[in-house]
Ligand binder design. Structure first.
Ligand code: UDP
Ligand code: MG
Length: 314
């Protein structure tokens, strides 16, 4: 008998004590209802609110199905998922947030599409329950990302997604330091699909994402999946050079025909400030890429696992 379950559910957990009991109850009820064999892999991402104690209880209650990875310290949502991906054994691996924004009851929808042969099943939040600016910001970022990286996802922020074991293996094999799992999944997908799912407001607690973290995430998306920003910069540089050349020709002609000019000093400043801005931006952009290369070559461990609570000899 093969001991691998059909379905693995992967849940990153960071200070979600208030949400965990409800989540676990609804998850197990849904999974038992599917009639498939399953496992849940929770990663406790360095929670400080005692989430790990609850997770250990879940494991104790169903040791064969519930596995818990305990991080030494907070490594971020995507690293928490990555650690679980390294261990998930299911033919289909589903990621879901712990805050009950994605209803666990929607999982069978994803599994149905996976059964039809889709190796990545993304999801679109039907009536997104997030604060206004986040909805708009993520829509704008979606638009930019699609154009720059060519990765098509209607709703990049929805983490309720299903991946085939093969895609999961490919994602794990990248070994990248800072990454965005849905984009990687989409990148490796041969036959992706999307499905609409319900979205609820956070059940309890606060979002772990600040505006700064969201901006960082989107920089990572751009620079981690494309060199188009660098190429755009080269093009802008070329256009500015051509424009400047035209300006030189005009001023030279004017000097010969009309004579030298002393006015226009501030126009000159305006041009220079603008160009200085463009150059500083370019250096920053280069820095983004160099920084990524630096992170990768350092080869520091991406996360530190304190303990794994599991019982695999089923
Ligand atoms: N999370 C995590 N590590 C972190 C931040 C978040 O494991 O450093 C988990 C969190 O517990 C939740 C999921 O990632 O299960 C999504 O986080 P959150 O709900 O704060 O993000 P949002 O829904 O606001 O994008
Ligand atoms: Mg959330």
């Amino acid at each position: 008998m093969s001991s691998s379950p059909k379905v693995s559910i992967v849940v990153p957990v960071f200070n979600e004590r208030q949400n965990l009991p409800k989540l676990h109850e609804r998850l197990t009820a849904t999974l038992d209802g599917t009639g498939k064999s399953w496992e849940i892999v929770y990663t406790d991402d360095g929670s400080k609110d005692g989430s790990i104690d609850l997770l250990k209880q879940f494991h104790a209650a169903r040791p064969a199905e519930v596995r818990v990875i305990e991080f030494e310290r907070n490594a971020g949502q995507h690293m928490a998922i990555m650690a679980a991906f390294e261990r998930a054994r299911g033919d289909v691996v589903v990621t879901i947030d712990a805050d009950l924004q994605n209803p666990p009851e929607e999982i069978p929808k994803l599994l149905a599409l996976a059964d039809q042969g889709h190796d990545v099943v993304g999801s679109i939040r039907k009536n997104r329950q997030d604060v206004g600016w986040r909805v708009w910001a993520s829509r704008a970022m979606n638009w930019v990302r699609e154009r720059i990286t060519g990765i098509r996802m209607t709703d990049q922020g929805c983490m309720l997604r299903a991946y085939s074991q093969l895609v999961v293996r490919q994602i794990v094999a990248t070994g990248e330091q800072s990454t965005f799992i849905p984009a990687l999944g989409q990148h490796f997908a041969a036959n992706p699909a999307e499905v609409e799912v319900d979205h609820a407001a956070r059940h309890a607690g606060e979002s772990k994402y600040s505006l700064y973290k969201l901006v960082r995430l989107n920089f990572d998306l751009m620079t981690g999946f494309s060199v188009v920003p660098l190429q755009l910069f080269t093009i802008v540089g070329m256009l500015v050079t051509l424009g400047s050349l035209a300006l030189v020709a005009i001023i030279l002609g004017r000097r010969i025909l009309i004579g030298s000019e002393a006015d226009g000093v501030f126009t000159l400043f305006a041009f220079l400030y603008f160009l200085a801005g463009v150059m500083i931006m370019g250096i920053g952009l280069l820095g983004e890429y160099v920084g990524r290369i630096y992170q990768e070559v350092r080869k520091r461990p991406r996360f530190q696992i304190r303990a794994v609570h599991e019982k695999l000899d089923t």
